[in-house]
Design a protein around this ligand. Structure first.
Ligand SMILES: NC(=O)c1ccc[n+]([C@@H]2O[C@H](COP(=O)([O-])OP(=O)(O)OC[C@H]3O[C@@H](n4cnc5c(N)ncnc54)[C@H](OP(=O)(O)O)[C@@H]3O)[C@@H](O)[C@H]2O)c1
Length: 294
């Protein structure tokens, strides 16, 4: 064992995000963790936290250099689809411009960037999408996230861009989709889940594990990190409830198609993980397997 081996230090931009919390917990044993806060207070975990604006690239570079950061995981984003539609300039600033600044800063310092993208980039035709399939960008969130991928790779082609969707035990300040379902069922409150929205989510800790492995293999460019199968959000709720020994009675079937009040979204969000699985040399796991690990 090499006792001089330095633990790699990960900096999370968007440190108060759900994903930063899940990822930091998953990597706490192997890595040093640093979190960058924006507005929301990080009230769980004991990792060092710093707060400054990400568009100050000199400050960002100075901080990364001083802290000897090895890897940046960019989870900073405007993720509320309704808010993105109402505030397209802010969405473009956070999802696109800041992503480019972070990527350029990493490039200048020779730091590896893992940039988190989304499964929200396709359309309505139900199939499993590969990294090469053409996109159907239906709203401001998807357009600004896709443009963010382009900015990241233009500034630093050796970045790893992960298209994904995830769940896990989130912090109280940012519950996950699975947290919301479990809470509703525990409180015996009805929850309506869409039967016409299909996705292929992974457990946040598995996303972290796979992304670090891909990064260690020197992978760059776009990789889908998803489960091996896909299902509707309604079926996900049923599966989660059964795995957790909770009654499914409160889970009500609804459709996105009936929700005229919501911003237009893709209903086909299943990603093919073939490219990542080939590099990793094993399947990434089914949704059921990931839920069992929750
Ligand atoms: N959640 C999902 O199910 C899901 C699915 C697919 C892909 N993704 C992607 O995964 C990543 C993480 O998602 P998440 O749901 O974990 O995120 P999240 O909980 O919504 O958090 C996003 C973070 O970005 C920060 N942020 C927003 N504006 C910022 C700014 N101007 N400067 C610096 N930081 C800013 C927020 O800080 P403040 O709160 O303090 O403003 C927050 O910490 C995102 O890239 C998202 O697109 C998420």
């Amino acid at each position: 064992m090499n006792l001089n081996h330095k633990r790699q230090r990960i900096l999370f931009t968007g440190g108060a995000s759900l994903l930063a919390y899940l990822w930091a917990n998953a990597r706490d044993n192997q890595n040093d963790i640093l979190l960058l806060e924006h507005q929301r207070k990080i009230t769980k975990g004991s990792w060092p936290i710093k707060r400054f604006a990400l568009d100050d690239s000199d400050k960002l570079a100075g901080f990364m250099d001083e802290q000897e950061v090895d890897i940046v995981v960019n989870t900073a984003a405007l993720t509320n689809v309704e808010q993105c539609e109402k505030e397209p300039d802010l969405a473009a600033y956070v999802n696109t411009k800041l992503s480019g600044i972070i990527s350029k800063t990493c490039f200048n310092l020779g730091i590896k960037l893992i940039h988190i993208s989304t499964d929200h980039l396709y359309g309505l035709e139900q199939r499993c999408f590969t990294e090469d399939n053409s996109t159907a960008l239906l709203n401001v969130y998807s357009r600004t996230k896709f443009a963010g991928e382009e900015e990241v790779l233009a500034a630093n082609p050796s970045s790893l861009v992960c298209r994904t969707n995830f769940f896990g035990n989130g912090p109280t300040y940012r519950p996950s989709f699975s947290d919301k379902i479990i809470k509703s069922l525990q409180e015996k409150a009805d929850i309506t889940l869409f039967t016409d929205v299909v996705f292929s989510p992974v457990l946040g800790s598995k996303l972290a594990e796979y992304a670090h492995k891909l990064s260690a293999y020197g992978c760059c460019g776009i990789y889908n990190i998803s489960s091996d199968d896909c299902m509707s959000k309604y079926d996900f709720g049923l599966l989660l409830a059964r795995c957790k020994g909770l009654s499914t009675e409160q889970i009500k079937a609804g459709t996105f198609a009936a929700r005229r009040d919501l911003v237009k979204r893709p209903t086909a969000m299943a990603l093919s993980n073939k490219k990542a699985a080939e590099v990793l040399g094993h399947p990434l796991g089914t949704i059921s397997e990931h839920i069992q690990l929750l």
